[in-house]
Design a protein around this ligand. Structure first.
Ligand code: AMP
Length: 521
């Protein structure tokens, strides 16, 4: 039964099955199979028997070869096994459950079938985007539920056809209590970053949510580490889950250079400017211990002309999202952040991490520095340590089992040599990166109609009219969102302009409607 997806490939992988003390099934590979596994890792997604809509979308996203976590998780997830996966972000973890979930959901069902719980709003949005991209051509509708965002808008969204709900525990629970999120058809539950849920004090809320879910379901739990409370969760609510541990993960010493400086509080700011001058990074995150420190540093670096912005938990969600997106696109080079930005956030090409304030938890060091050295690229992690904080650094070093050499403060000569390059780069115009989903979206145009529920219009009315246009079929229609006074319809396969032209001045159900192209802000 195990490894069905693997056998398709006609490769015999030997898996030993044992049960650990927590009742979790442990699978370990023989030495020989590790070699084969590598061979399969270099394989393509075609071997999983995925539908064309999903395959085409993942290829458009540029995912040609499954990552390690994907090649281990996808076959079991497609077989609807409960899984406990020890894996970190940056490994392609989201797609490892996103791909099978998009494959398995029943498009025709209107009520949510999948619930994904994440510890932070940023991660919820990111996961929702990834699911939307993977499921784009299958027209999978994913909705994100998180705090500091109008409840009423989410409520309206949930009234539409929704396949996947991604949310933070607090807001998801609010919707459950108010009866605005139907759980009847939930057949897949994903708990992402379970250990972080625990750190943030959400674990009881997660439990409370699970108790409300149908018992007949598949549960997948992802966590970088497995503290006792997380193991207990898997024991209580999962059916002999398969334990998948990504051995090659953890702290990266091959790809990331770790160094530390011993400083006084007063020296920190000048060291920061010196380090940034020497390193002159394209993209850098500076981590601070508190929101106030972030505000102050942002103010000071802005005054020096650094292309920088900030993110912390005290900011409005909309501003946080805007800032993260702008940073991802490369609109500015220095992001000053609290740990809010440390977990789960997927930003490519960060070459430098500066721990302006040392993380107080050793795990925090892993999460922060994990923002660099992603996707096989190199990176550098620099930590400032005051005398009072030395024991934190000792703990980190012991926990990771790596050397983090203490460097001499940079000398004047080195700094002067780099000054002109640094100043020149400050004046460079940023090169804005295109999002990964661009190729996918090129084929898609969203149309906006100036009528919705109040005019008694329904999705089927639009489908009828659009699929009657010559050369257009129902397959070319993507996600439809009908709000009170507007309707948004995605037209796929590059047929948007044709539909837009054909529908100019259209009457639907006796109502004259204006249609225009809609650009998401
Ligand atoms: P995650 O671990 O889910 O945060 O993913 C890290 C990054 O890897 C994201 O930018 C994904 O879009 C990207 N990614 C996921 N799967 C693949 C793949 N098979 N090939 C290339 N990139 C991928």
């Amino acid at each position: 039964m195990f490894g069905k997806g693997l056998r398709k490939n006609k490769v015999d992988v030997f898996l030993f099955m044992t049960y650990n003390t927590f009742g979790i099934v442990l699978l370990s590979e023989t030495k020989d199979s590790v070699g084969m596994r590598t061979k399969m890792d270099n394989d393509s997604f075609d071997k999983y028997g995925l539908s064309d809509e999903i395959l085409q979308a993942i290829h458009s996203l540029g995912y040609d070869i499954p990552t390690e976590v994907q090649s281990r998780v996808i076959p079991y997830a497609l077989e609807k096994k409960d899984l406990v996966v020890r894996s970190q972000t940056g490994s392609g973890k989201t797609a490892s459950y996103g791909i099978p979930i998009c494959e398995l959901v029943d498009w025709l069902e209107n009520k949510p079938q999948v619930l994904i719980l994440t510890p932070t709003r940023e991660l919820a949005v990111q996961v929702q985007e990834e699911i939307t991209n993977i499921g784009r051509l299958k027209r999978i509708k994913a909705t994100a539920l998180y705090g500091k965002h109008p409840f009423s808008l989410q409520k309206t969204d949930l009234k539409q056809k929704t396949h996947v709900v991604v949310g933070t525990p607090g807001r998801v629970f609010d919707h459950i209590e108010k009866g605005t999120l139907s759980l009847k058809k939930i057949s897949y539950l994903v708990i992402d970053e379970a250990d972080e849920m625990l750190n943030m004090g959400f674990i009881d809320q997660v439990e409370a949510i699970i108790r409300e879910l149908p018992k007949e379901r598949v549960t997948m739990l992802f966590s970088a580490t497995l503290p006792k409370a997380v193991k207990n969760l898997s024991l209580k609510f999962m059916k002999t889950p398969i334990d998948i541990e990504m051995k090659s993960e953890g702290i990266s010493v091959d790809k990331i250079e770790h160094i530390q400086y011993r400083v006084t509080e007063d020296q920190k700011f000048s060291l920061l400017t010196n380090v940034s001058m020497i390193e002159n990074p394209d993209s850098c995150i500076i981590f601070c211990g508190t929101r106030e420190r972030v505000d102050t540093l942002h103010h000071e670096l802005s005054a020096l002309g650094y292309p920088c912005n900030k993110i912390h938990g005290n900011m409005e969600q909309e501003d946080r999202t805007k800032t993260m997106n702008a940073f991802k696109r490369g609109s500015f080079r220095y992001l000053i952040a609290t740990d809010v930005a440390a977990r789960g956030i997927d930003i490519e090409n960060i070459t430098l991490i500066i721990n302006y304030d040392i993380p107080l938890k050793k795990e925090g060091y892993v999460h922060r520095t994990g923002r660099t050295g992603r996707a096989g690229l190199g990176g550098k992690a620099v930590t400032f340590v005051t005398a009072r904080e030395e024991h934190y650094m000792d703990e980190i070093i012991e926990y990771l089992g790596i050397e983090i050499p203490r460097m001499e403060l940079p000398g004047q000569e080195e700094i002067s040599n780099k000054r002109s390059d640094f100043s020149a780069k400050l004046l460079e115009k940023p090169v804005i990166k295109k999002p990964k989903s661009d190729a996918l979206n090129k084929q898609i145009m969203t149309l906006r109609f100036n009528g919705g529920k109040k005019k008694k219009l329904r999705a089927t009315n639009f489908v009828g009219v659009i699929s009657n246009i010559e050369g257009v079929t129902a397959e070319d229609i993507g996600i439809i969102t009908v709000t009170d006074s507007l309707t948004f319809i995605e037209i796929l396969n590059g047929k948007g302009p044709k539909v837009l032209k054909a529908l100019a001045g259209i009457t639907i159900c006796g109502k004259g409607l204006k249609v225009s192209e809609f650009h998401k802000k």
